[in-house]
Design a protein around this ligand. Sequence first.
Ligand SMILES: [Zn+2]
Length: 363
Amino acid sequence: MNTISFRSSVRQLRDDVAAICLPRGRMVGSPGHQKARQYLAARLEEIGCVPFAGDSFELPYESNGVSFCNLAGVIPGRKRRLAPLLAGAHYDSVIAAPCADDNAAAVAIDLAVGVWAAEQGGLERDLVVAIFDAEEPPYFQTPSMGSERFWHDQRDGRSIHAAVIMDLVGHDVSIHSSMPGAIPHVGGLLGKLPGLGDRDIPIPMLHSLLFVTGTESHPGLHEVLETAGVTDGLKLVPTLNSYIGDMSDHGVFRRNGVPYFFLSCGHWAHYHRPTDTPDRLNYKKMERITRQTGDFLAGLDAQPLKRGGGQERVCDTLELEVECMRRSFGPLWSVLLKRAGLADIESREDMDRMVNSLLKTGL
Ligand SMILES: [Zn+2]
């Protein structure tokens, strides 16, 4: 990618985030929610989408007497009768605050992925750019959740070939200050410094991490991940979804046997707080995640993936996880192994122990 298009993609990501990060947020039923919805419908049109269903990008639904609205556009593929790919993110906010990383960043990347597909004249399959409502509490994992309603009531007879879902993908990965000593020599030392307070401790080596779950959801995804490779400037950490649970909109696809990738940079100090603001995002990282998502979608497009039975783990990806972690954590890897009390990772039990230890660092 040349510098000019890199710069303009970063600018567009920044503009989309700014447009929906209203000071009073996008909570379901609020004026900000409606404003964001109108903006996003206009953007879907602008990037070359056609409506997923009927003649509108808006897919309203009612649940428990409350009105909600998913949004979905399609970048048409060359073989429109095939089951479409879906790239998705939720746009509602948990509190009356900007909620930039949760989840305006992912929505902006979702639109950018649509632009990427449109620029190459579409993929083989249709690409559904889905922007879900009601992912946040009190709707999280209830029948009112937008992705649930999309799957059960709004998708069409072609079903979904594969899904890439994003949540919390705008920030640098860091270690939380409440975890002093989480990483010996790093957290331990910083933990002794006065006045750190409640915040993230930046560790540049970790900034560009991107966690990916779902490779274990289909035997074909290992190849998709390997073929896609890693975008320059990013570090991929494929891991099992069961380690973190269905923390976002990928849950309904997983349970229904749709091969999926879930992308996230994990929790951070500003998670679900008024301090989750647009100025704290890393837009260059978001541009890289856009390209990584495009590479995943291109691979998924080409794979004849069969829908599975919805088991948590269809295939074992241990080797891939170890290899990617070793590469992504670099010189920190041996320190992390030591902290987990491991010499190396040779079994799933070893990996369970490693992940437990990593989660304790606040990642
Ligand atoms: Zn959230």
